[in-house]
Design a protein around this ligand. Structure first.
Ligand code: UD1
Ligand code: UDP
Length: 377
């Protein structure tokens, strides 16, 4: 079986790594990087940390408006599919790279009329917030795909509600596979600032709705700074903040100053991030992946959004939704600190063998596609 995998953004490298490793045992994979993320710290660092093969093709699309970026990916993907004529195309998650990969696969036809099938990993996630670009990307990808690889029972229910149950398979979450692989390797990789600030809160913020407007971003930062270090203890209660380039751009252009206890870091590689998550007192984030990783690490999480796709993390109080309000964040943090960390956490994201199930499901799909070709010949 020959697969083209399309990735482009930081979380997709993490998700693709375990599947790619499993796939390459018995099949041919062509890894196509759209170039959506391109800084060393946003891209190459992940390939190194995750011990992944270099991308076979980099489309070099770079940053741009949604239409330009997605359109350029689609334009550059089509000739790659026509040249390599894979049996199937594999896309991950909900970024513009996901949407472009899904559209390219859905529209291409090889000479003679054969077409690739499309499989979507992390299918069925819904925030029910139609304003999020990611919600549109994942919904379109799900409706185009021939095989929907769902991480959770909730995702399966969402797909069933949209009439997609017959194309869906519950395989578990590949981020569990990646996290389990990384955890022992991350032991030696704790950031110097973390060692110097025990009891830190780890912060990430990158969603467009939180960081593009300088007033909104400043509101989050001052609320978090004040909530974590009320009064004179500011310097002792650090918030370690690896800054996404999107967020860095707003901080720079609006010349925003950070509260004294919020310590900015460059974006860190995956192993350093796993180490930072595991040693944190609490995590505060608007990232989907980081919410889940906090849960897997058994570290309480505050989600800096009005809703989450990963509703399972809310059960048992491991994750709480908060707004940019210092008193509310302080109260949530105190609740989180009171959480009994030793109590068992259910495993709604699976057992860490999602990659194996995904490859098995792809093989089944390939067999079906082959049977259909024989029948129609
Ligand atoms: C994208 C995804 C988002 C995902 C996030 C993961 C979409 C619509 N959004 O958001 O779902 O959660 O990736 O991190 O696909 N930039 C750099 N260097 C880079 C990459 C980006 O400086 O290597 C800057 C550019 O100024 C760019 C901005 O970050 O305009 C935003 O990048 P973009 O890829 O458009 O979206 P993300 O915010 O990263
Ligand atoms: N991550 C990382 N370094 C960072 C921030 C995030 O390695 O500085 C990892 C994180 O551990 C997770 C993934 O990137 O595996 C999440 O990506 P991000 O938060 O950018 O996107 P989202 O999950 O919200 O789509």
């Amino acid at each position: 079986m020959k697969i083209v995998t399309v990735v482009g953004a930081r979380p997709q490298f993490v998700k693709a790594a375990p599947v790619s490793r499993e796939l390459r045992r018995a099949h041919a994979e062509l890894l196509v990087h759209t170039g959506q993320h391109y800084d060393d710290a946003m891209s190459a660092a992940f390939f190194r940390d995750l011990e992944m093969a270099e991308p076979d093709v980099n489309l070099g699309v770079g940053s741009g408006s949604h239409g330009r970026q997605t359109g350029e990916m689609l334009r550059r993907l089509e000739p790659v599919l026509l040249e390599h004529q894979p049996d199937g195309v594999l896309v991950y998650g909900d970024t513009n790279s996901t949407l472009a990969g899904a559209l390219a696969a859905a529209k291409v036809a090889y000479p003679g009329g054969r077409r690739p099938w499309l499989a979507h990993v992390e299918a069925g996630l819904r925030s029910f917030n139609p304003a999020m670009p990611e919600e549109r990307n994942r919904t379109v990808a799900d409706h185009l795909a021939d095989l929907l690889l769902a991480p959770t029972a909730t995702a399966m229910d969402n797909l069933a509600r949209e009439g997609l149950a017959d194309r869906a398979a519950l395989v578990g979450d590949v981020m569990v596979d990646a996290f389990a692989w990384a955890a022992p390797r991350a032991r030696e990789r704790l950031h110097r600032e973390a060692a110097e600030h025990p009891g830190y809160v780890l912060l990430t913020l990158h969603r467009a709705e939180n960081v593009d407007d300088p007033t909104r971003l400043a509101g989050w930062l001052s609320a978090l700074g004040a909530a974590v270090a009320p009064g004179a203890r500011a310097a002792e209660c650090a918030v370690l903040f690896p800054v996404h380039p999107r967020t860095a751009a707003t901080l720079r252009s609006a010349d925003l100053a950070l509260p004294a206890n919020v310590l900015p870091l460059d974006p860190v590689g995956y192993l350093e991030m796993v180490a930072l998550e595991r040693s944190a007192r609490a995590v505060a984030t608007d990232s989907g992946g980081v919410q889940k990783e906090a849960y897997l690490a058994g570290v309480p999480c505050l989600t800096l959004r009005g809703e989450t796709e990963w509703t399972e993390t809310l059960e048992g109080g491991w994750n709480r939704l908060v707004g940019p309000d210092a008193a509310a964040i302080r109260a949530a943090l105190e609740d989180a600190e009171a959480l009994d960390r030793a109590r068992p956490r259910p495993e709604p994201f699976g057992d860490g063998h999602a990659a194996r199930r995904i490859v098995a499901a792809l093989q089944d799909l390939q067999r079906l596609a082959g049977d259909r070709e024989v029948t129609s010949a």
